[in-house]
Design a protein around this ligand. Sequence first.
Ligand code: IDC
Length: 392
Amino acid sequence: MKYRKRILPILLSICMLAACGRSETMSEQDIAVMESIAESVAESVAASMVEAMKSENGNSEEASLESEEASQPSEAEQAVAASSSTPIGDGFAAEHGALKVDGVNLVDQNGDPIQLYGMSTHGIAWFPQFVSRDSFQTLRDDWNTNCVRLAMYTHEYNGYCSGGDQDYLKSLVRTGVDAATELGMYVIIDWHILQEQDPNVYKQQSLDFFKEMSETYADHTNVLYEICNEPNGYASWDSVKSYAEEVIPVIRANDPDAVIIVGTPTWSQDIDKAQANPLDEENILYALHFYAGTHKDVLWNRLDSCVQNGLPVFVSEFGMCDASGNGANDFNSTKSWFDVIEKYNISFCCWNLANKDESSSVFKPSCTKVSDWTEEDLSESGKWIRDYFRSK
Ligand code: IDC
């Protein structure tokens, strides 16, 4: 019995002290007698404590006190406990904990509205060097961001479903999630559909992928799942919705309260279609994506009115240039976008964390550093967005 073990040495010491008070030396026999008295007193004190606890607790949980072995976790149990304790490093995500969607708001574990913001990687297969702790640390400490999005293309460029090395891609996702977790940042695992248009094209792979991811990260309160970056072309909201209705339960089976971002048709612009026929699910955010050089008042007015009408939205990707990811940046349009975004405290991620020769990449092609970037390393869009993050 666990109590017996705790009480025994105390009683023994009391008896010894009492005995020492009476005689200078004790024979081994005296000590043995003392030990046996102490043991039986301990036994009965422990037994009555157990009885008392049983009656107090309706005989339930504390009944296990009777067996010390039963109350000690096995090695296997200890290993499970160690791996399931949330390992989030100090910082933002540890402080705010598990997120929920409450009305149009993303809220933290205390129910207070929270805004996530940060960078989206480019395709992790394209630019794996930026999926690193050092990169994310600079994004956190120098750029003042609290979230990273890991974009894993499903089709283009060694995509997960088009011949890419799935184990390698998953190891990159793990590297990214681990880094964000250690740094106390939120992290989005983005199933980056694009060229295949309809998420149902690779539905089975998606189901398998999210089953595995949600098993792995069930206890990570800093992980969000984005299940289809940008449905487009022929993909209707009905089709996206039916896909979501299959993928979401797979995630929920492991991680019942996970926050899940669902893309919308026309490259995640048709949030109004989702609004007209939303998913019957908790903790869902609908993706709206914009490229400020191309998308202007029509789309930001749509965002405004959908949020007014109660739709929870995450701007999980945007650029300041045109929709090709290149062309001139339009910072006036970007500012107008941020008026709406900030009005509703909407979360956002900027495309893209790379040094590709395109205007949406935040680093110049000449920059080969993966962290501690200086002003000279940044592209025009990189400078603008870093200033914006810093000003928050
Ligand atoms: C672009 C990249 C570009 C890459 C291309 C592949 O910037 O380097 O060659 O994808 O198709 C999106 C997509 C995002 C696009 C981006 C710019 O989510 O993958 O990235 N964009 O075109 N939606 C609207 C724009």
